[in-house]
Write a protein that binds this ligand. Sequence first.
Ligand code: XMP
Length: 535
Amino acid sequence: MGPQAFSDMAAIREPNDLDLALDPDLAFFKSADDFFSAYGHLGLTYDDVTLATGYSEVLPRDTQLEITLAEGLKLNIPIISSDMDTVTESRMAIAMALNGGLGLIHYNMTERQQLSEVSRVKNNIHGLIQDPVKVSADQMIGDVLNLIEKRKFSFSTFPVVDGDGKLVGLLSGHVVKPRYSKRKIADALTPRGQVHTIHQKELGRDPIARADKFFTDHPGIHKLLVVDEQDHLRGLFTMSDVERITQERSAQFKPARDSRFRLLCGAAVSATRNAFGELDRNRILAHVGGLVERGVDVVAVSTAHGHSKGVGDTVRMLREAFPELPIIAGNVTSAAGVEYLAEAGADAIKVGQGPGSICTTRIVAGVGIPQLTALYVASRAAQKKRVTLLADGGIAKSGDVVKALTLAHAVICGGIFAGCPESPGEVMEISGKLYKQYRGMGSLAAMKAGSATRYGHTPDPARKMAPEGVEALKEVSNSVDQVLAQLIGGIQSGMGYLGAANLAQLRQKARFIRVSPAGQREGEPHDVVELKTTT
Ligand code: XMP
């Protein structure tokens, strides 16, 4: 070894040069630009890399997770539930928004149904049971007992209404007892004049605070009924719900709301074609017009191939017709794809072709890019075009979210939420375990139900469609609140390790290193008998 080689080694062995050296060729832990350029010949995904820790003064609990995806579209956590028919309808979208995120209502339903799903989210008042179970004065108490038994209700107090839905009184749980079963409700109810009610329009911007004050001012009263000007029943607050919500309000992440204090809601639309194979402009515009009327906060033009004329034309048309409406479009996995959709007028671009847990695009079409490389390439175009990026698919654990957020502004998850009680679909029992259905929007069943356009097929049963997704099951999981709490905890830990106080700093401070298969094994529990898994 000559003297020159010795002096090179000396330079490399300076401790500072080993990790975050100024010379990118010398650094072990590289910035996104240096790292992904060095691996330009290789498609990488989440498990292929790990993030280096950096000096930190940031405590995980103090990290800020807000993200503005477009003007007028600010989330308090960077997590979106996927526009899939086994993931997001109104119940999921409400749960996501209450936690500070966003749900995208899928489009495998009629346009009218989608409008009413959006309305449900936009009209949701947390804690207000908007359609309480009612009884009528001519029923017997025995009928009510049967109803409770049949529907397994855990409550026994019911508003009593007439045929027009006007409030007649309240049937208190104190009289819903077998000994009174032969009595008519009319003879046992608390009459209208003695029932505590509030007018819908008095609820104001913060209905929970209003209801909370009512319960404080009226000791012993546990139910508050909401009526309109004609005395129609419009809802019911219970003290226990209100107390639970009031306690939760100290939570770090506030619900994601619009300027009128309504929960945020997104909806997917497809680039629908008419019988001549042309973009069905009138239908798309009427559909999105309806969504906007209902208060939708963002539409997502969701297709498997976003870098295509149909998607570009749809985005351009929507941008022109609805200049203020935030638009998400995708999916792409190239810089050119991001630029194309950004130029068409999209604000946020979905990145991901084939990473999803139910996707078979890469197998069927031989197409798609491992997700982290796709995100890197897309992120450079997004920076240039000043659009935001959504990492769509392939998220299996909170560490994947942290890695995704080093390049993207938010993540879209399907599988992680598909087992939650808030996702659509029935729970089924197989060999003593509980499952829910989870299927790709490109699976045969989903395409038959309407999503064929997303994959460039016609929903024509006579023509054979090549599925690009599977029909699967997910084990029933915890509620969205709990699943999100785990994900958020992981994101905050990751940010603490990197010294990132907010998501912009996370993107800026991330340093990557490739892991070997042995390194991957080392990163998972090993050489133990695992009793409990939490990822
Ligand atoms: P995860 O991994 O969260 O992925 O379950 C959800 C994302 O997968 C995409 N998606 C599909 N991709 N064939 C595909 O190739 C499909 O049938 C399919 N269905 C959904 C979509 O981007 C979703 O958000």
